[in-house]
Design a protein around this ligand. Structure first.
Ligand SMILES: [Zn+2]
Length: 422
């Protein structure tokens, strides 16, 4: 700013000095050309030359504007097109976020047409299209380093939908190896590795996910429990009882309400002669979550016990969490075996109140027959049993099929960690 002011002051000073110098020296000039004759003074001639220079300059600019016009007009149109493309792209993203997939698809096509750079529209296009179209768009994202993780994750999901788990696992592992903190990728890769029985790799994925802060808390611990449980199974098959015990206990510690982990840890402890510890593992889980398999496991700790001792064993466990249907049902069953009729009846009535089932009606029929020899009452209960709902069982949340026993992957559809008790 100061420099410009100084330049201006110097130029103005020079101009004034030159004008004064010229005015002080009025000499004359005569021009003759083609029969024309002009007589003038030097200052007027200098002014005339200046005026001519300015006029030529203006003319040149005007000519430049006329010649460059069409190019600028086209550039303006391109800019407008790009602007409209960006608007379609952002509106399409908004429509997608709002769940309006038809509008999003329309805007994605428009953005694709208006914007020359297809890498900009690939993400929106991949999400609004399906099948081969989506795959093509995700492929495009996967090719650029900046969007490779996103593209590979999209391709993984498509492979899962197509049932190609081997391809999905390969794609997810590639995306995972590129780093990044994409949501859901850790869980997807873990499930694929677990489904393929790659427990060491699945364990490494969990450790890395913890480091990248993608999995934490109960979710991480539950998955770690699944890995430990699977490795306990493997150690058992390999005949390595010590390792099986370690892994089973680790699974129980990681997720104390995972019933199969408690059952496996108790069995392994019992085999190792640590029956007291096995009892306390089952008690800890029962206290948080009443489940019939815990009672079953507690009874197998002492298979030769008398019926009365079995009643005592179950009572001791159920007392920690006394109001569940399965607790009352278990107490009724052992009381019935010990011929404690009154106790059996009380617990059966409570269990039926909480959750009626065919199994309970069959126990009631047994009670009528064994206590009183009342065949009519027994038959009535059996009729009721025939019309009662299904017993609770491990059921897959994905394919809805029941499984005979708990497993990490659903025996029917292979979904990992999908079995729930209901
Ligand atoms: Zn299933």
């Amino acid at each position: 700013m100061i420099r410009r002011l100084l330049t201006f002051a110097v130029l103005a000073g020079l101009l004034v000095a030159a004008t004064v110098w010229l005015a002080d020296r009025p000499g004359s000039v005569t021009l003759r050309w083609e029969g024309w004759r002009v007589d003038t003074t030097v200052p007027v001639l200098v002014l005339a030359m200046l005026a001519l220079m300015i006029a030529v300059n203006l003319l040149l600019r005007l000519a430049g504007a006329l010649v460059g016009g069409p190019g600028r007009f086209l550039a303006g149109r391109r800019a407008k097109r790009t602007q409209a493309g960006y608007r379609a792209l952002s509106d399409g993203m908004a429509a997608l976020a709002a769940g309006d997939s038809r509008q999003a698809r329309k805007l994605a096509t428009r953005a694709d047409r208006l914007l020359a750079d297809s890498s900009l529209t690939a993400l929106l296009s991949a999400q609004v299209h399906s099948g081969a179209d989506a795959e093509r768009h995700y492929q495009r994202l996967a090719e650029r380093p900046e969007t490779a993780v996103l593209g590979l994750k999209g391709l993984t999901e498509i492979a899962i939908k197509q049932g190609d788990k081997a391809k999905a696992l390969e794609l997810a592992a590639r995306a995972w190896s590129l780093g990044g903190t994409t949501d859901g990728l850790a869980a997807t890769l873990f499930d694929l590795q677990a489904g393929a029985g790659q427990w060491i790799e699945a364990d490494a994925t969990l450790a890395e996910a913890k480091r990248r802060k993608l999995l934490s808390g109960a979710d991480l611990l539950h998955r770690q429990a699944l890995v430990a449980l699977a490795r306990a199974d493997q150690a058992e098959r390999d005949g390595n009882a010590a390792a099986a015990l370690d892994f089973a206990q680790a699974a129980h510690r990681a997720d104390p309400i995972l019933v199969p982990a408690a059952v496996k840890a108790a069995a392994a402890l019992h085999r190792a002669g640590k029956t007291r510890k096995a009892e306390s593992v089952l008690a800890a889980t029962w206290e948080a979550l009443a489940h019939p398999e815990l009672i079953e496991a507690a009874l197998t700790l002492a298979p030769m016990e008398s019926p009365l001792d079995r009643v005592k064993r179950v009572e001791k466990l159920v007392r920690l969490n006394p109001d569940s249907a399965c607790g009352h049902a278990a107490l009724a069953e052992v009381a019935l075996a010990a011929k404690l009729w009154g106790q059996a009846r009380t617990h059966l009535e409570k269990a039926v109140e909480l959750r009626p089932s065919a199994g309970l009606y069959i126990l009631l029929a047994r009670l009528e027959r064994e206590e009183k020899g009342d065949e009519t009452a027994a038959r009535d209960w059996l009729v009721k049993a025939a019309g009662a709902g299904a017993e609770p069982a491990w059921t897959c949340q994905v394919c809805a099929k029941p499984a005979d026993s708990w497993a990490i992957a659903c025996p029917a559809c292979g979904a990992v960690d999908s079995l729930v008790w209901r």
